[in-house]
Write a protein that binds this ligand. Sequence first.
Ligand code: BGC
Length: 740
Amino acid sequence: MRKNLLSIASALALSCSVSLALAQDNVDKKVSDLLSKMTLEEKIGQLTQYSGSELTGPQGEKINISEYIKTGKVGSVLNIYGTSEVSKYQKIAIEKSRLKIPLLFGQDVIHGYKTIFPVPIAMASSWDLDAVGAAQEVARNEATASGLNWTFTPMVDIARDPRWGRIVEGFGEDPYLASQFAKLSVEAFQGSDLGDETSMLATAKHYVGYGAVQAGRDYFTVDLSKRTLWEVFLPPFQAAINAQVASIMPAFTTMNGIPMTGNKEMTRDVLRNQLGFTGITVSDWNAINELIEWHVAANQSEAACEAIEAGVDIDMMSNAYINQLGALVKENKVPISLIDEAVARILKKKFELGLFEDPYKYCNADREVKEILSPENKAKARDVGKRSIVLLKNDDQTLPLSKSLNSIAVIGPLAEDTYSPMGPWFCNGSKDNTISVLNGIKQAVGKNTIIYYQKGCDVNSSDESMIDAAINTAKKADVIVAVLGENSDMSGEAASRSEIGLPGLQEKLLESLFNTGKPVVVVLLNGRPLTINWAQDHVQAIVEAWFPGSEAGHSIADVLFGDYNPSGKLPVTFPRSVGQIPIFYSHLNTGRPATAETKMLKYVSRYLDIDNSPLYPFGYGLSYTTFSYSPIELSASEIQPNDSATATVEVANTGEINGEEVVQLYIEKADSPIARPMQLKGFRKVEISAGNSVDVVFHIGPEELALYDIDMKKTVEKGIYNIYIGTSSVTYQKESITVK
Ligand code: BGC
């Protein structure tokens, strides 16, 4: 019987793969038929992309977009959305252009479309793949209901420098964690079949190393060793490619001297031949023109030539392809085969999306009304919002607050704000649909609790005039909730900072509030790790809320009043000082490590003026309950290179309320010809009720143990592997496995 079932299953699998291959052949045939009918100008049109409305970078010559579509000079657009706008432009392509090739409509749907979810660094803080998957699916449903078929997300750049504003857009400092979210995001946006009306193309960006910009300054230089590139920066791209990501966007930056937009080795050889990417590459905004500013192209013609040779298929916003490629082909400087292969990749995605069969498939106005900002979507945003919050400090069980306190003073420049909680890249979100922290708190408490409010100061100014009123108000309350942090436009693109403390007078305001003697709870809204040493040393509780999105106030109130027990963990290290940057958990030990015993000695790797340790380490986050870990139990302490073992810990909830814990597995090769850091290799988010415990089992096999060897081949080396399982990158149980 079992044998029969197995043979039926394998017959089905075979017939599925045969029909997939047939469908693929069919698409390839359609692509080549269409390609054979296209003029050179029409082909170059497919490689050209323009923005319909908003600008996220410099604007070159202005064009008449309708006219360009009519004459086949545009293959895709960005920032045109809404079923009526999309169908208006699609209609021009279908009814007025010679070959009736449908357009792609793209936008940066980064953390929600109109229902805005927490910024990606916050979503990563949830370590909750199901919740984040649900968030990305809402974003996809709303975006596709509104005419879009392409998103420029996920951003999978590893970022270890909080000065860089774009750290907010990614999943943090760790390649394993980011790879999980990369895969999940691609699958959520693209669905199981691109032909579904709720599926859209995803884009993994910015390929590669953008997060390693020197000095954290946006658009600056990147220099990475081959080992760091492959071990740290490429894995999330590989994960996205393995999940069949449809497109990849090269970074604005250089890699070891060569801009990524004209980097043949990286975007052809590594990306396509080694990582196996077969989809579309789309330049970043105006990036082809910027090859001139990088001084690697003397003029636009050279820039276009370098980009197409590097395998950049689509020119976003620089007019370089449309202006230059025709002449370059005619002068035999660019072979037509390069253009053809780029066009084929684009047409293929248009066929796979089903746009040739129904160019208006994303223009269903009923769906648009029903899907967008639905109560279910808002409920999901609230849910993911609360799961993304990280409790950084909670002395004397200050939190959760009682809902029947006599009074609470909500103070701070971000308390009443409904714009910043959406964070940067809030797509088509609106502050009118966003719940402020103040509003969330007001709605959460009982009717007898008085909520006082004062702004206290602006986010980033030197105007002291509001501080006294804030102190006087704070004195009247049982507890102070100080809502502090950054404006959303202080992080994101072109938003690097050289100091990463609380901006303006906020720390001064906080000191004054603390001096009232009332308990102070700090709620942070921000897009990057902040050096909040003073707050950590003084106030009773600190809640890292990041930018939680449309439901910000509700998500935060859920945590403040204990309707939700916080479970987030930091996906990025918080430094004590800018001078410690770059600071990340997965660093080498050095030959002279500063340990508890050695750290005051002279010739060790340390600073004279500050401890090496971070303010908050990677993987850290508190709960309203406490968890304890048993020692690790290994199924085997010696294995062969191809074998695997299991590592089990019993995690107990030793407190009085139910909670969730993120159990983290780190592995470190202890004896290797190459110095190795500890690396996250697995995690589980488990719910444990008060007084109970669960066994958490990790599989440890070639996938977890393989490392790039001296020849850059992924190998399981023989020798000792240290295994750490714990609640953060610094608090764990330890064991070791020997590979024989
Ligand atoms: C950003 C990209 C974004 C593009 C389109 C650029 O400025 O770097 O991440 O996808 O604009 O909006």
